[in-house]
Design a protein around this ligand. Structure first.
Ligand SMILES: [Zn+2]
Length: 634
């Protein structure tokens, strides 16, 4: 294993690794926050409507066509008018915001043709009118599998739905929805399996859902991945063909258990997830592994490799972060007899001998009624520590202990002497894992706690492609975030702080680079500023409010204090203080308390109008500043 550190340079690679490891669906981290639920406002959707007089421009944004057909029972109307005009829809007043955006949510539709006259009036100018027709149709009837006279498979109902590699003895669930009352068999890597049609538990009637649990047989050689072939054969007379064959989009292969499959981690900060989940910002993360770590692979799903960290714990790593190691590679196993704790100018250093590249995961906890802890869990090894040396220079760490509750999991627990964990860093060398525990900044003046502190600020998104959400006025979130960060910078500096902005102008450094810059600056706190977005299917004004986010519990109190003050200052609704949030820069930056603000919703035209108002941005900045000050005084 070549010497390396989880250095700042290495950090910039973290996010590529995180992206691939955490999102087997292929969703990228950098896109997840910003591009979700962008309002459907493609440029082509903007339609200038001919008005009776050109004096006042009335634009209809959604629906974007003056004639449309839907199956929904209501329609949401969104458009742009003069900000001083009033807008009515069939005589009823629509809400018009200071941006000129008007909204009328959930206008009921009767079946057939619905006509809406949208009228904009402004003193001194002629009214302009748009007539809109929305036709409500019955939704297409869904196919009743129990009544169909033809053989058919339901599209998208095939299981497995993603590529898999399994080992002998594992169970592969097979399923498909198809015409009821017939026979379905599947061919999996050359083996035939009969599926059984399921009955409704209450009515006992057949449902058209066919299932089987296939157990991977003992094999001596690996079987390459191939598609699963499903065959539906008619039991009695049907219209059309009496047999239907389709292959599943996903492929399945088998690994023989006669082989030891060792793999080597090739990138620093290779993310390990507990399972494969298609959730926002990736899966549930266990932590990161360092390059050179040796792991035992036991299967694959999509582009993720399942590794056995311990007999009782599997993890999932992106295959892009791994290379095949020779089967003769030494299987790592760790024992160490001593740990030392010493003090320094930045804080304390805990040094743990690391003579064998076993996987290990670092986590932290800051409970409300117990001292904070940092835990380093090693997989593969046993407790052999007999000499835990605490130097008198150590001022932050009260005690280091070693525990082993399970056969191959050795846990080093670092308990702090103080109430708050400010931050920590992990360094790995060929012979040592070092945990650097950071001293809290000195608050010289309690009435002005921000004096002299350095605050790292991140305006979310940036650049020509990473716009974030886009509002009804077509302003991108990156711009709102940049303007809010400017207000926040002024507010914090007026309170005596210094600031460092990790994304200047319209730059778009990747998330790893943003994190590296924050850590390299040695800032005392990290604040990421974003604006939220929600789907508009049930109305543009339905979802609103302010919310804050943190990943690690050591950042909870900061995030909660900012949340409380933002609600007070902005008067916005409460969208929550959200923990366990995976946004890269607040997840990877453990060197300082780190949190993210989603001050209001881009998708809500009322919130958008507020965020475009400099006075409102000052209130947001004040809320964040007061929250930080409360946290610093705690
Ligand atoms: Zn965002």
């Amino acid at each position: 294993m070549k010497p390396h550190k989880r250095s700042l340079a290495a950090l910039s690679e973290l996010f590529g690794a995180m992206r691939s490891a955490s999102t087997p669906s292929g969703r990228s981290l950098s896109m997840s926050l910003g591009l979700r639920n962008i309002l459907p406002l493609a440029a082509s959707a903007f339609l200038m409507i001919a008005t009776t007089q050109p004096a006042v421009a009335l634009e209809l944004l959604q629906p974007s066509e003056t004639s449309s057909t839907v199956t929904a029972s209501a329609v949401n109307l969104l458009g742009k008018a003069d900000k001083d005009a009033s807008v009515t829809v069939n005589g009823e007043a629509a809400k018009v915001f200071s941006t000129g955006i008007f909204v009328m949510d959930q206008v009921p539709l009767k079946e057939g043709s619905n006509s809406f006259e949208v009228v904009e009036t402004k003193a001194g100018t002629a009214a302009s009118t748009v007539t809109l027709t929305v036709t409500r149709e019955q939704p297409a009837p869904s196919i009743d599998l129990t009544k169909s006279k033809k053989l058919l498979f339901v599209k998208g109902s095939f299981e497995p739905s993603s590529d898999l590699v399994l080992q002998s003895g594992e169970v592969l669930p097979l399923a498909v929805r198809a015409t009821s009352g017939h026979t379905v068999i599947a061919q999996v890597a050359g083996q035939w399996v009969a599926l059984e049609e399921q009955r409704d538990l209450e009515s006992k009637k057949l449902t058209g859902e066919y299932r089987a649990n296939f157990m991977v047989p003992t094999i001596t050689e690996d079987v390459d991945t191939t598609s699963v072939q499903f065959t539906l054969t008619a039991a009695s007379g049907v219209e059309g063909p009496s047999e239907l064959v389709e292959t599943s989009p996903a492929k399945v292969g088998f690994w023989s258990t006669n082989q030891v499959r060792l793999m080597r981690v090739t990138s620093d900060w290779a993310s390990v997830a507990y399972g494969i989940h298609e959730v926002r910002l990736g899966g549930p993360f266990m932590g990161e592994l360092s390059s050179g770590t040796i792991v035992l692979a036991t299967g694959k799903k999509g582009s993720s490799v399942r590794v056995r960290l311990a007999n009782t714990l599997d993890g999932w790593i992106s295959e892009g972060d791994l290379e095949v190691a020779s089967a003769a590679t030494a299987i790592p196993y760790l024992t160490f007899t001593s740990i030392s704790v010493g003090g320094g100018t930045e804080g304390d250093v805990v040094s743990i001998p690391y003579g064998s590249p076993v996987p290990f995961i670092v986590s932290s906890d800051q409970p409300t009624s117990a001292p904070p802890t940092i835990t380093v869990e090693f997989f593969g090894g046993h407790h052999a520590a007999t000499w835990l040396s605490h130097s008198a220079t150590a001022s932050l760490v009260r005690e280091v202990t070693v525990e082993q509750h399970l056969r191959d999991r050795v846990c080093v627990k670092i308990e702090l002497a103080q109430d708050r964990l400010w931050g920590y860093k992990v360094e790995v060398t060929p012979s040592m894992v070092r945990i650097r525990v950071r001293k809290a900044p000195v608050i010289a003046n309690v009435s002005s706690p921000l004096s002299g502190l350095l605050i790292a600020l991140e305006p979310g998104h940036g650049g020509p492609r990473n716009l974030g959400a886009v509002g009804a006025t077509r302003i991108p979130e990156k711009e709102i975030n940049r303007m809010t960060v400017e207000a926040l910078k002024a507010e914090l500096e007026a309170a005596g702080a210094r600031t460092v902005i990790v994304r200047e102008g319209d730059d778009d450094p990747n998330l790893g680079e943003r994190t590296s810059r924050a850590i390299a600056s040695d800032a005392d706190l990290f604040i990421s500023v974003h604006a939220n977005s929600a789907g508009s299917a049930r109305g543009y004004l339905r979802v609103s409010g302010t919310s804050t986010y943190y990943k690690h519990s050591a950042s909870r109190d900061l995030s909660a204090a900012i949340h409380r003050h933002l609600l007070q200052e902005t008067g916005l609704g409460d969208f929550g203080n959200v923990g366990s949030f995976n946004y890269g820069p607040i997840r990877a930056n453990t060197w300082m308390p780190s949190m993210l603000v989603e001050h209001a919703f881009m998708s809500n035209p009322e919130d958008e109008a507020k965020m475009l108002d400099p006075e409102f941005r000052k209130k947001t900045a004040r809320g964040v500043r007061l929250g930080i000050e409360e946290f610093l005084r705690q």
